[in-house]
Structure formats: structure tokens, C-alpha cells
Write a protein that binds this ligand. Sequence first.
Ligand SMILES: NC(=O)c1ccc[n+]([C@@H]2O[C@H](COP(=O)([O-])OP(=O)(O)OC[C@H]3O[C@@H](n4cnc5c(N)ncnc54)[C@H](OP(=O)(O)O)[C@@H]3O)[C@@H](O)[C@H]2O)c1
Length: 313
Amino acid sequence: MATAIVYTEFGGPEVLTVTDVAVPPPGVDEIAVRVEAAGVNPIDAKLRAGRRASPALTGPRRVGTDAAGVVSAVGDDVDGFRVGDEVVIFGASGTYASEIVVPERDAQPRPPGVSAEIGAALGVPVGTAYQTLRSLAVGPRDTLLVHAGSGSVGQAVIQYAVLWGARVVATSSERRFDRVRELGAIPVAYGEGLADRVRALAPQGVTAAIDAAGTDEAIEVSLALVADRDRIATLVRGRDAASFGIRAFSGGSPRPLSAIEQGWRREAMPVTLALLAAGRFSVELGPAFPLADAPAAHQAVEDGVPGKITLLP
Ligand SMILES: NC(=O)c1ccc[n+]([C@@H]2O[C@H](COP(=O)([O-])OP(=O)(O)OC[C@H]3O[C@@H](n4cnc5c(N)ncnc54)[C@H](OP(=O)(O)O)[C@@H]3O)[C@@H](O)[C@H]2O)c1
């Protein structure tokens, strides 16, 4: 048996409860993983609250897509992993648990020196950031504006874009300016007058924008500063993107990700693990909560507590 977090109705963080679940032996191409840390993403809270489309609840629903841990069993035909291997899990289902069984393809070897909490922090943010930058073809000739640059997705966006030669202006609260600067971006405070502040910081113009904030301001300022609407993407206002003539990748968009976009989301993980191992990528951790305190972890993510929040079984 394992311990897992589930909900049986949509609602506030309090609908998350701890339960015992059976762990089946891993099947063909599957591995069982003893979870050391699970990543908490805003989408987990949005789904729990019923604020993102999901199937009707017909029984207890598991939570979480990202984790890190140690392989505890391997199924038939698994050739990439052995019992005892340290792994990162991404794009899986129900990672808020003490043990999970996942397809081999949802795991990557965790390099020495990459802690379980760091590993669990990667999946959704790095996949989203990497894919969005690839989709917008951001490169050395670009000045990129990223909204919510201090968040988990924003920090990954900044780091890839800087690595790929772009100049980056990133919005955040002033208390987060140092972190944004440390990653190689020019920080700018969100709020009234944003467009003028960005113009002053980027007199050469802004060529692409990524909205990880979801505010009207983020959309309006992006539209005011970037001439080519195909180079503006929202990750939060997917439902409204078409009416603004901009692009959206998930975030409530009615358009599913293409096979190429999904491929980029997966490609991000080995790329990022290699960068981490080389000391060329940085993850800001927030508070870690015991697994049973999943409601407090969701409250923290909804309160905007800085850094990636994790759950420790
Ligand atoms: N489409 C997708 O596939 C996808 C994937 C991942 C995430 N997302 C969405 O992207 C958003 C960010 O995710 P995350 O994991 O980066 O969240 P996060 O780590 O919780 O960061 C949230 C960020 O929002 C910033 N923020 C708060 N109020 C703001 C405002 N008025 N204007 C601009 N920024 C503001 C905060 O900045 P300060 O702390 O500096 O105030 C913080 O950095 C979430 O809505 C999430 O659901 C979408």
C-alpha cells in the first residue's frame, strides 16, 4: 500500500485528503518509484478548484504530475532503469503519493547532485518554458518580455532565453528583482505604467512576449509592444487568446498541443537535467510540506508564496 492525496469534489484546498492506495506491480514498460518529493504546480490547484476543464468526478481523483524518487521495481521490457536508480518523473498522473507506478517514458535518470526537491520542481515549468520559447523561435536577435518572470515558469523562460542569446525583460514584484537579475534578465515592476517602463529599458523594441501572469495588463502591454502577434503567447489566458489574435499553449486553450509542441515539452527534461548537472541552470525552491499537508501546500501556491513548493512523503 501507498499513501496518496485525492479529492472527491471540486473546492478549496480542504477537499484534499490522505488515503491508502494499492500499488500494482509495474506492467510492461513501467517502473514503480518510491517518491521522495512531489512538485506542486498552479494547475494542480486550478483542477482541484474546478477552474480548469476536466472529466466529471466519479470517484477519488489523484493529484500531481511531477516528482522525484528512487526506482523500487521494474516491469517487463524496461531497459533504461534498475531498482535503486534515482529518477525524475514528469507528465505522470497522481504524483502526490508515497509510491507510484509510471510509464518508463515519464522518467529520466536524476544526475548526482540534483536533489529530489529540485528534480520534483522541474516537470511542468521547464517543459512549458522550453516549448513556448521553441514555438516562438526565440533566439539571439530577440528582446523578449516575460510576464511573471519571478515564477517557476518565468524563471525557466529567462534562463533558456538568455542561454539562447536573447535579451530578456521580466516583470515581477520589486521584492523579487534580485532573483530575476541573478538569472540574467532585466527586472521591471508590473503595474500601472508597465509599457512605458519596458520601452525605457528596451529602447530597441520588444520582439516577443510570453504571458505567465494572466492579467489584462500582461496581454495589453504585450500587444502594445510586440508588432507580430504570432510572437506573443499566453500560458494562462488560453480561452481569450484567439480574440486577441495571439498564441496560447494549454492554459485553458481549446487547441490541444501539437505533437511537435508535446515533443518539445518532453525534450526539456533531459536538456535541463544536463544543464543542472553542469551548474548552468538554477531552481528556486520554496517551502516543502509533508505529504499530508497538501491542503497547506495548495494554499501556499494560491497565496503566491515564492519558489517551487514541494510535498515530501
Ligand atoms: N499553459 C501551460 O501549459 C502552463 C504551464 C505552467 C504554468 N502555467 C500557468 O502559468 C502561471 C504561472 O505558473 P508558475 O508555476 O510560474 O507560478 P508561480 O511560480 O506561482 O509564479 C506566479 C508568479 O506570478 C507573478 N505575479 C503575481 N501577480 C502578478 C501580476 N499582477 N502581474 C504579473 N505577475 C504577477 C508572481 O510574481 P511576484 O512573486 O514577483 O509577485 C509570481 O512570480 C500559472 O497561472 C500557471 O497555471 C501554464
